[in-house]
Design a protein around this ligand. Structure first.
Ligand code: PLP
Length: 428
């Protein structure tokens, strides 16, 4: 059944209906490394990509496939690839297009771990990441040249929470033949970047999709909406013979399967070689989370809006960042979020960094953890934790000041959330 509604897609979207062998309604956990070939011809056809089917769980698995096809449906994309973590998903997005000597342009407003990966590890691989402030969409174009392979941004960037101008940047990129890759981790259901012109979406499924703080995972969704062939010179990994796959040119080889060259190349080359596969058990847990994601997002967002309003009037709070409070251009940019403004909140205490630490230690119900998007409410002090590996200048560029506290608002009763915040603020 085809539906446009996320509530329905989360339960019914993608390839799984009932298990054809057993009738099992829940997606079975296929804990198998490998799959019996029908005969030698079948095996050869699978390896030659002349027929689609399971070969080995490092590169595909039926439980992961159910998650992949459901996530592709949720984001409105053509196909998806599940990976072992959000970090693996970010790395694969870039490595699928960039080789040593190439560059890509990335928003300064991104998660600290992504920053490290792009600024340092990619550099060691000979790939240059050029950071630009997304306040000015044109900055992406100015930073690009003939070796620029993609642009990268975060929809609702953690911790700045200034909503990324997806449509503006994507449109500029399309004119120059440069695809926009969006990390949509903090805005599942409430934003669909592919509809706004992005070419690829990734998620750390560790967060809202899993939703219960149990498993690490990532996923990449290929929008199937970017013409890699029309800009052939810009994308040698997709348009020139691949020596690791008997000379296949991915944009040609994959044509019978649809507009999925990007994701097929990621699976057949990067996942095959680097092996950052999602475990089928984790895929099952993410499918469980996905079933209630739209419902949880409603409650996450409603609770966060109430908390933001409450904090904004508190005498000990200097300022609060949550898109529900934005005005002017920031509010216009936040209008790409539909049905809620996300559940991350940043705020600064008037009494500064030491007060921030005391506040976190006084919380009783909130967990003090390095995670976001759990059903439970969470809090952290980014300057001394998630962003501590960045220097002061890099911290400032990504929106982390010494007294900044980040909250990830859960789905508990709003009265209990506010009561815990109130007693912790009293202790400051
Ligand atoms: N992207 C964002 C926005 C994140 O917040 C995170 C993790 O916090 C990641 C990517 C990396 O995901 P993972 O921890 O699953 O590797």
């Amino acid at each position: 059944m085809k539906s446009q509604h996320p509530e329905t897609i989360a339960l019914h979207g993608g390839s799984h209906r009932a298990d054809p062998n057993t009738g099992s309604v829940a997606v079975p956990i296929h804990m198998t490394t490998s799959y019996q070939f029908k005969d030698t011809g079948h095996a050869a056809r699978l390896f030659a990509l002349q027929e689609m089917g399971n070969i080995y769980t490092r590169i595909m698995n039926p439980t992961c496939d159910a998650l992949e096809s459901r996530m592709a449906a949720l984001e409105g994309g053509a196909a998806a690839l599940a990976l072992s973590s959000g970090q693996a998903a970010s790395a694969f997005c870039v490595l699928n297009l960039c080789q040593a000597g190439d560059n890509f342009v990335c928003s300064t407003d991104i998660y600290g771990g992504t920053w490290n990966l792009f600024a340092n590890t990619m550099k060691q691989m000979g790939i240059e990441c050029r950071f630009v402030d997304p306040a000015d969409p044109e900055a992406f174009a100015r930073a690009s040249d003939s070796r620029t392979r993609c642009w990268y941004g975060e929809t609702l960037p953690n911790p700045k929470l200034q909503v990324f101008p997806v449509a503006e940047v994507a449109a500029l990129g399309r004119r120059m033949g440069i695809p926009l890759i969006m990390d949509n981790t903090a805005a599942p259901v409430i934003c669909r970047p592919l509809e706004l012109g992005a070419a690829v979406v990734m998620h750390s499924t560790t967060k809202w999709i899993g939703g219960h703080g149990t498993s690490i995972g990532g996923i990449v969704v290929d929008g199937g909406n970017f013409d890699w062939e029309a800009w052939g010179d810009r994308f040698p990994t997709l348009n020139s013979p691949d020596p690791s796959y008997h000379g296949a040119i991915w944009t040609q080889a994959v044509k019978p399967l649809g507009p999925v060259a990007f994701i097929v190349r990621m699976r057949t080359c990067l996942l095959r070689d680097i092996g950052a596969a999602m475990s089928p058990f984790n895929a099952f847990l993410f499918l469980q989370g996905l079933e209630t994601l739209p419902l949880r997002m409603e409650r996450h967002c409603a609770n966060a809006t109430r908390v933001a309003q409450w904090l904004a009037q508190h005498p000990k709070v200097a300022h609060v960042i949550h898109p529900s409070l934005f005005e002017g251009e920031a509010a216009r940019r936040a209008s790409i979020l539909k049905g809620g403004f996300g559940s991350l909140i940043g705020f600064e205490l008037k009494a500064g960094a030491e007060a921030g630490r005391r506040f976190i230690e006084a919380l009783k119900m909130f967990y003090h953890v390095a995670n976001i998007g759990d059903a439970r409410s969470l809090a952290i002090h980014p300057a001394t934790t998630t962003h501590s590996q960045l220097d002061a200048e890099e911290q400032a560029a990504s929106g982390v000041t010494p007294g900044y506290v980040r909250l990830s608002i859960g789905i508990e009763h709003i009265d209990d959330i506010i009561a815990d915040l109130a007693q912790a603020l009293e202790a400051v």
